[in-house]
Design a protein around this ligand. Sequence first.
Ligand code: SER
Length: 311
Amino acid sequence: MKNILITGALGQIGSELTIKLRKEYGNDHVIATDIRETDSDVVKGGPFEILDVTDGQKMYDLAKKYNADTIIHLAALLSATAEAKPLLAWNLNMGGLVNALETSRELGCQFFTPSSIGAFGPTTPKDQTPQDTIMRPTTMYGVNKVSGELLSDYYYQKFGVDTRGLRFPGLISYETPPGGGTTDYAVEIYYEAIKNKSYTSYIGEGTYMDMMYMPDALNAIVNLLEADPANLKHRNSFNVSAMSVAPETITKEIQKHIPEFTLSYDVDPVRQAIAESWPDGIDSAAAKAEWGFKAEYDLAKMTADMLEKLK
Ligand code: SER
C-alpha cells in the first residue's frame, strides 16, 4: 500500500479511514474521493477529488493520475435506502463495484470493499453464523453484497486481482453518522442518550444484530490488506463481529453511565423486517485463523468510550 485511492471517503467509514491511513502512509499517499465536497479534514488534509463511482473512466483516470496501487471502494447505499430505491441501489452498488474492480484489474491495484451481515438471509443459520453457509438474502442490499462477494472472488480467480473483503456488522462511531442503514439505531441511541436521556427505537425489543466499534473496523481493514496472501483461504468476504446486541442490551449498558436514560419503541416495519432476516450473531473464526482478526471493544468498553467522546 503506497498510494491508496478511497471512494466514498466522506461516508461513515471513509471519513475516519482516510485520516487513519494518512497518518500511517503520509497525507499525499491517500487520495480521498466522494460525490460531494465539504470543508472537512478529509477534503483539506490531502488530495481530494470529486468522483461519481458510476463514472468508470474518471475513476480509472484518477487512479492513474495518482499512481494508485490500492483501491478501497466504500461508496454504496445502505440497506434501508436500497430497499426504498432498489434500482438505484443496483446501479450504484454494482456499477460502482465493477468500475472499481476494472480499474484495479487494468492498473494492477490491490482491492478492498466491505460486504455485510446483510449478505445473509432468513434461511442462514442465525446463531454463530459460519463463514461458509447458506446466503439467500431477501433485500436488494443483500443481493448487491452477495453479488459483490462473488464478483470480487471472480476478479481474483480469473484476473489475479488481489481482492479482499469483510462482512461488516453494524458499525458504531462518533465522528460521522451512518445514513440509511438498518443498524443505525445503535449509533443514534448514544447521541440521544447524551442529548435527551431517552431514545425511541425503530428496531424492536429482542432483535439481536452484530455490531463493532469503528476503531476495530478500521484496524480490521488495514490488517486484512496487510495480511500475507499465502494464509488466506477465503477472500470475499470474512465474517467479523465484536458483539451481538439488541436495543435493550445497549440500554442497560448506557444506564450504567446515565441511570435516568430510558428506552421506548416505535418499530419501523421495513427496517424491522430487514433486521429479522439477518443473523443474530456471526462467527469470526475464519478471520481469526487466517489473518489474526481481533476486536478490542466489547459492548461495555465501547459504550464508555462513545459516551465520553460524545459529551
Ligand atoms: N450497517 C449496514 C446497514 O444497516 C449493514 O451493513 O445497512
